[in-house]
Design a protein around this ligand. Structure first.
Ligand code: G
Ligand code: G
Ligand code: MN
Ligand code: NA
Length: 254
């Protein structure tokens, strides 16, 4: 596909941009940090969605380079914000299965931490259940290595995989990010509400943090408060924003 060549060029010429979506503590409503989300603004075609180009990058072996660039960019942004605003701010970065599967992934994370000088405790890496289950032995080892450095692991899109419970049984996970498909109807569908409540209880019992993704309405937020979810993210608070807008909107006024 022609898109591959263009993507290769976009990565090389840094035509990509990292956007940031705020993460909040539900109880205190305080900003915790951000999730880094890559964006591609093509000169002629305009914005190309990650759901279009991430799979292309994965298929054609570009995701490792792209992922490293996002990680590096997000960590450098974080260190600037930590200096200016608060040393406790965290950055959550998505990791694709191909990046995660590489023998030098931990070394790459270590390099980026070293270069940016952020405290490892403020970096969270998001992996999906399907990534985790490709090679459980590898996953266990990588998670332990990352956690021994101090990096936290979040299970992204939690609940949508084929063996969500096996993941939390066998792996050391710091945070569950409840997939937004469970949040959408939480205030109207008792079954969805029961599932979310149960995932929150699961997190508590296994000493994991829990975040609800895709919060779009005050009604959903009220349910999540009732269930005592720890953290929230979604369009109700903000869409992913370019760094400058994130800063002026969520950090500038602290
Ligand atoms: O931001 P948006 O909702 O359009 O993202 C669509 C998908 O692309 C999501 O599944 C998200 O996790 C993924 N995505 C966004 N940024 C990155 C990134 O930097 N690396 C990887 N691997 N996936 C990303
Ligand atoms: O797969 P992952 O959870 O990393 O995907 C994150 C994506 O979800 C982001 O690209 C972001 O654009 C999208 N997203 C974030 N909040 C909301 C929301 O409240 N509603 C919807 N529909 N999408 C959201
Ligand atoms: Mn994510
Ligand atoms: Na998700």
């Amino acid at each position: 596909r022609a898109l591959v060549g263009e993507l290769r060029k976009a990565i090389a010429e840094e035509e990509l941009e990292v956007y940031y979506q705020p993460l909040f503590d539900l109880k205190s409503k305080k900003l915790i940090g951000a999730e880094a989300l890559v964006r591609w603004f093509h000169k002629e075609r305009g914005a190309i969605a990650p759901s279009v180009f991430i799979p292309v990058a994965e298929e054609y072996g570009l995701i490792d380079q792209l992922g490293r660039w996002v990680l590096k960019t997000a960590c450098h942004q974080l260190v600037a914000w930590q200096h200016r605003y608060s040393p406790d701010l965290i950055m959550s970065v998505n990791v694709s299965y191909q990046q995660f599967g590489r023998y030098d992934f931990v070394a790459c994370v270590r390099d980026v931490l070293h270069a940016s000088r952020i405290s490892p405790q403020t970096l969270h890496l998001e992996i999906t259940e399907s990534t985790a289950l490709i090679d459980l032995t590898h996953t266990k080892s990588v998670l332990l290595q990352l956690q021994s450095i101090g990096v936290s692991i979040a299970m992204d899109d939690f609940g949508t995989g084929y063996s969500s419970l096996s993941c939390v049984k066998d792996l050391s996970i710091d945070k569950l990010k409840i997939d937004r498909s469970f949040i959408t109807n939480i205030s109207t569908d008792e079954r969805d509400a029961a599932i979310v409540k149960t995932i929150i209880a699961l997190s508590r019992n296994l000493h994991m943090k829990v975040l609800a993704e895709g919060v779009e309405t005050p009604e959903q937020l009220a349910k999540l408060a009732e269930f005592e979810c720890d953290e929230i993210q979604g369009f109700l608070f903000s869409r992913p924003l370019p760094a400058e807008r994130f800063e002026s909107q969520f950090l500038g006024r602290t």
